[in-house]
Design a protein around this ligand. Structure first.
Ligand code: SAH
Ligand code: MG
Length: 218
């Protein structure tokens, strides 16, 4: 939680309920400690999709397919999702879960390391007008180098977990040694997307912290 837990709970309590299959998937993810988008960030993602009306969504970090299923439920009829995951244990569940959804034919699961997959998509000349970046936090900078060229003007990049449970504001000396690299890299990443001339970025205290970036039109 990066803001008062009661505020987060209150906001979540106002949410419209999810369809039954998404509720079950969410419950299963929480029970098995699979990382998924935070409850209070679900409607933020939905609102952005409703506003942007994307045609091509790219997700980096499928896990078991919860956020991909959520986006598929609410995306426009002519929209397609490409989602990338590399961990076999997660892929096993993602394949099954994504097969079961209504829009299954509109979701492509790429089973590969995202760095390799992104390079291939870029080589193929693919373009994505909505990107949900939610994989290895220490690799965000590396991913961005291939993502940005694939975003046309007006495209949206939503990056998850950028405030690291709030620990991002702490001095690196307070951060446990094993978390220091990620701490440093996330700060560099946020600096990068805030100062990149091609982007307008707002860092929002929703969920575990999200960065909303829009590719400038000129
Ligand atoms: N977007 C999901 C949660 C993703 S959790 C949801 O909200 O439902 C992050 C996922 O990214 C993990 O499953 C992890 O295995 C995957 N991941 C991390 N680094 C990766 C990489 N380099 N390539 C592909 N997947 C990666
Ligand atoms: Mg996340």
């Amino acid at each position: 939680m990066i803001v008062d837990e009661r505020i987060t709970d209150y906001i979540a309590s106002l949410d419209e309920e999810l369809p039954e299959y998404l509720k079950e998937l969410e419950k299963h993810a929480i029970e098995t400690e699979t990382p998924i988008i935070r409850k209070d960030a679900e409607s933020f993602l939905r609102a952005l999709i409703e506003m942007k009306q994307p045609k091509e969504i790219l997700e980096i970090g499928t896990a078991i397919g919860f956020s991909a299923s959520l986006m598929a439920e609410y995306m426009p009829v002519d929209c397609h999702i490409t989602t990338i995951e590399k961990v076999e244990m997660r892929l096993k569940e993602a394949r099954e879960n994504l097969k079961k959804i209504k829009r299954a034919e509109d979701v492509t699961l790429i089973e590969e390391d995202a760095l390799t997959a992104l390079k291939k998509l870029r080589e193929e000349g693919r373009q994505f007008d909505f990107v949900f970046l939610d994989a290895a936090k220490g690799q965000y900078h590396a991913f961005l180098q291939d993502i940005l060229p694939m975003m046309p003007a007006g495209a949206v990049l939503l990056t998850d977990n950028v405030l690291q449970e709030g620990s991002l504001i702490e001095s690196k000396y307070v951060i446990e040694r094993r978390d220091r690299t990620i701490h440093m890299r996330m700060r560099e990443f946020l600096y990068e997307i805030k100062h990149d001339e091609r982007l307008v970025t707002s860092i929002v205290c929703v969920g575990d912290g999200m960065a909303l970036s829009v590719k400038k039109r000129s």
